[in-house]
Design a protein around this ligand. Structure first.
Ligand code: ISE
Length: 324
């Protein structure tokens, strides 16, 4: 069986998801594309149906499942529309622009009684993060007590405004830290360099672990994501994200990618294949709507902590039984 997928948005991530579905995903076909710009939608569609209104794509009978890759502020309403239409959806992170909107998505799934939403926290499918989780789970470094994260963008994308270094970038560390450590965040404090970038964010978990994260939107030299997990009996960290090392001009080293697409290419591919399989088999995979809510809710409270500079207790809505 081939799953008919409709993709909403043809920006950086929409284009990559379409490419993955067409070239590197088993069991799926792109049957529809939506972009507010009709010419862009038409061009990306390459013969598939082209829409300028996302609701038209979601209700089209050829579309069996949906990928949302439109701007962050549109995610929650579109995810809600997919749930109302009974269609599985891979929604780019963040799930919503506010915790309140994310909770509405959770509530809609709870009312339906089953999970249709996967939130695209693709780092869960990254081979390096997965290896770190496996090693920590197997007790190879003893009890994990600290996690150091580095999240550097070469340059802030043009659409980054206000607190988006937290709500659009740091949300990844919220999600991957919970996933790696198997814990929830309980406290956060934010230190900002003059001008507000970079940020150094510390969080504590309900298991007493400490997480430090540098979020840097203008590192200049390239896109650099790194994590090191510190256990009582050792550490495990990511190796440089390239297959080769170069000697040239008196220097030894590797190149850095420009942005997250090449760095997380494997993660996006593995995520897309796992999602298509999960839809076909009816078994949810990846970050849930609940995980999407948690990341956005904590990000919102971290933005408040950024204003005060104080250590702040973090709170979550009670977890519904649908998300064990
Ligand atoms: C972007 O939206 C992403 O999701 C990337 O993974 C992240 O590294 C980047 O900072 C975000 O702006």
């Amino acid at each position: 069986m081939t799953l008919g997928v409709g993709v909403i948005g043809t920006g950086v991530m929409g284009a990559e998801h379409v490419r993955l579905l067409r070239e590197e995903t088993a069991g799926a076909a792109v049957v529809a594309i939506c972009d507010a710009d009709a010419a862009r939608a038409q061009q990306a569609a390459q013969g598939a149906a082209a829409f300028t209104h996302p609701m038209a794509l979601i209700s089209d009978s050829r579309v069996q499942a949906v990928v949302i890759a439109s701007p962050d502020t549109t995610h929650a309403a579109l995810a809600l529309a997919c749930i109302a239409a009974g269609k599985p959806v891979l929604c780019e992170k963040p799930l919503a622009a506010t915790a309140e909107q994310a909770l509405q998505v959770v509530a809609a799934e709870v009312a339906l009684g089953r999970r249709l939403v996967t939130t695209g926290y693709m780092r869960r499918f990254d081979p390096a993060y997965a290896a770190m989780k496996r090693a920590a789970g197997a007790g190879e470094i003893g009890e994990a007590v600290l996690l150091h994260n580095t999240h550097r963008n070469a340059a802030a994308p043009g659409w980054v405004t206000g607190a988006m270094s937290v709500t659009n970038s740091f949300v990844h560390e919220i999600d991957i830290s919970r996933w790696l450590l198997g814990a929830e965040m309980t406290r956060a404090q934010v230190h900002a360099a003059p001008g507000g970038d970079p940020l150094l964010i510390t969080m504590e978990t309900d298991r007493g672990q400490i997480i430090s994260t540098e979020v840097n939107m203008n590192a200049r030299y390239g896109y650099h994501v790194h994590a090191q997990l510190v256990g009582r009996a050792g550490t495990i960290e990511m190796a440089p994200p390239t297959a080769t090392l170069t000697n040239r001009a008196g220097q030894h080293g590797h190149d850095w990618p420009d942005n997250w697409v090449p760095r997380f290419r494997d993660a996006y591919r593995i995520q897309m294949n796992a999602w298509v399989r999960s839809v076909t088999e009816g078994v949810p995979v990846g970050a849930s709507a609940w995980d999407g809510y948690v990341a956005t809710a904590i990000a919102e409270q971290v933005v408040a902590a950024l204003q005060t500079g104080q250590a702040t207790a973090l709170h979550l809505h009670p977890r519904p039984a649908l998300y064990p």
